[in-house]
Write a protein that binds this ligand. Structure first.
Ligand code: CA
Length: 240
């Protein structure tokens, strides 16, 4: 399955033209017809890129853009009306990566989508290549050797425990709910629920923590009612 693109446009005929052209290029397309749905889909399905119209019912495109940027770096292409020069500036100020004016050529839209996805991929690869180990205090997660050491002693983890620890440690201080972790660590096709995450966290804690009880964990912490996070060096927590 190709990269996932969220198209937010209340005019169905335009949304369908965009969908048709993107699917023809092998992208998988999700549609949202108002601002609130756009936010829900963006949070739930984590698209690789978002095409966002400015004029929308409920929340407008600017509000949606601003909200998405609180938690995500997904490229956002805004669709603006040709005459509204100020809309372009406003969109870019709020964190949009690019804008396309209506009426647009589908071919140009597809070309821009490709360019942004390519650029984003390169950045992600660079980030991954630069980080070779993660951790907090005496816990080292070696991403090259696929190994975890605590006070220089190697700890045996299953692949899933390692992947979960790595994912959390890549975003220290950021709290992820179980559903998000299932998607990111176990994958879309995995048949399981939040308890799978809880069980894996418990096993992981038994291996890496001095005291594995939830209240005393030092590395993988619980945010009650929300989910789990890896301790950040400055103790900051981001639940957004
Ligand atoms: Ca519209």
């Amino acid at each position: 399955m190709g990269p996932k693109i969220l198209v937010v446009e209340d005019e169905k005929s335009i949304a369908e033209i965009i969908q048709f052209n993107l699917e023809r290029e092998g992208y998988s397309v999700m549609l949202a017809f108002n601002g609130q749905d756009a936010l829900d889909v963006a949070i739930r399905d984590m698209p690789d890129l978002i095409i966002l119209d400015v004029m929308l019912p409920k929340l407008d495109g600017f509000q949606v853009c601003k909200e998405i940027r609180r938690t995500s770096n997904t490229p956002i292409l805004m669709l603006t009306a040709k005459e509204a020069e100020s809309d372009k500036v406003k969109g870019l100020t709020l964190g949009a990566d690019d804008y396309i004016t209506k009426p647009f050529s589908p071919r140009e839209l597809v070309a821009r989508v490709k360019a942004h996805l390519r650029r984003n991929n390169i950045i992600a690869t660079q980030v991954a290549a630069e980080v070779s180990s993660l951790g907090y205090a005496d816990l080292i997660i070696d991403l090259v050797k696929y190994e975890v050491r605590k006070a220089s002693i190697s700890i045996e983890l299953t692949v899933r425990e390692f992947e979960l620890l790595k994912y959390l440690a890549l975003h220290p201080g950021r709290v992820f709910d179980r559903e998000h972790l299932l998607k990111e660590v176990w994958g879309y096709d995995y048949f399981g629920d939040g308890r799978t995450v809880d069980v894996t966290v418990r096993r992981l804690r038994e291996k890496i923590e001095d005291d594995p009880s939830a209240g005393n964990a030092k590395y993988v912490l619980t945010r009650r009612g929300v989910g789990y996070y890896f301790r950040s060096p400055d103790g900051a927590v981001d639940v957004s």
